[in-house]
Design a protein around this ligand. Structure first.
Ligand code: PAF
Length: 283
């Protein structure tokens, strides 16, 4: 595995792969890799000949009171894990390499509708920060295919929209959420939970399963289900941000006859914001 820190060296290595006729898959990450990330890498490997992974803790997607400074940076362990997965190129740029000016002045990419909805409501600038950095990374790597986790469902829908709207010649693949044995979605932020919180964290997934079961049983009272789920999360010690039933392709509010649904939730436990979702087909 080659580790590259500059756009110029990355481009040179990718050109060499292209000259060999290789198809390029790309997995952008912020590091602190867990099995969920490695699953993305395995999917990338199955879809292409050359796998490129980036590790970049993107300051633009963190709010002023969020955990940018303390976000776990585990470069040595991440490098070893990616090496073991047979990754070809690892891109680890410094902030100045990705953002050529100050963050306030640099060109931004905004996908309409995401900043004010779901996670975007309580995290201003979050989705614009992601769209901007992913565009910058896509322009550097120019992959044939890019792989993202379904755990960040809103992010995945936004990236698909951005790729479509800006006619980026990239296939976007979503990979199912990896879960701990008790069902908790794998996340770098799970490491912030203390033992008591870790025990309670599983309620997030259980509550989503309860909403999904009610939908499968025929309930279409979306708002009632959402309110009940928020209450259950509150009782379990979470501070719920939202529980929302949506249609999965565009995250619009579903009508009563919707056949495909996704239930999304975000809630804070102690200082840790957790998100999760469940997709379901109404049979
Ligand atoms: O999902 C993430 O880890 C990040 O949002 C991403 C896509 C790497 C952009 O910084």
């Amino acid at each position: 595995m080659q580790t590259l820190t500059t756009t110029a060296s990355l481009r040179e290595s990718i050109q060499a792969q292209r000259a060999l006729g290789k198809r390029i898959a790309f997995v952008p990450t912020m590091g602190n890799l867990h099995d969920g990330h490695l699953q993305l890498v395995r999917q990338a490997r199955a879809l292409a000949d050359c796998v490129v992974v980036s590790i970049f803790v993107n300051p633009m997607q963190f709010g002023p009171n969020e955990d940018f400074a303390t976000y776990p940076r585990t470069r040595d362990a991440d490098t070893a894990a990616l090496q073991a997965e047979g990754v070809d190129l690892l891109f680890v740029p410094a902030v100045e390499e990705l953002y050529t000016g100050s963050l306030d002045e640099v060109t931004r990419v905004e996908v309409p509708g995401f900043e004010g909805d779901l996670c975007g409501r309580s995290r201003p600038g979050f989705f614009t920060g992601i769209a901007t950095v992913v565009t910058g990374l896509f322009n550097r790597v120019q992959p044939d295919v890019a792989v993202f986790g379904e755990k960040d469902f809103q992010q995945l829908v936004m990236i698909r929209r951005m790729v479509r709207d800006l006619c980026m010649p990239i296939e976007v693949h979503g990979v199912a959420t990896m879960r701990e044995p008790d069902g908790l979605a794998m996340s770098s932020r799970n490491s912030y939970l203390d033992a008591g919180q870790r025990g309670r964290a599983i309620r997030l997934y259980q509550v989503l399963c309860e909403v999904a079961a009610s939908l499968q049983a025929g309930s279409r009272e979306y708002e009632v289900l959402e309110q009940k789920a928020m209450q259950s999360l509150g009782e379990a010690g979470f501070e719920p941000d939202y529980v929302s039933v949506r249609e999965p392709s565009g995250l619009r509010l579903p009508g009563p006859d919707a056949g495909q649904l996704v239930v999304l939730a975000a809630a804070t436990l102690g200082q840790t914001r957790l998100i999760d979702n469940i997709s379901l087909s109404i049979t």
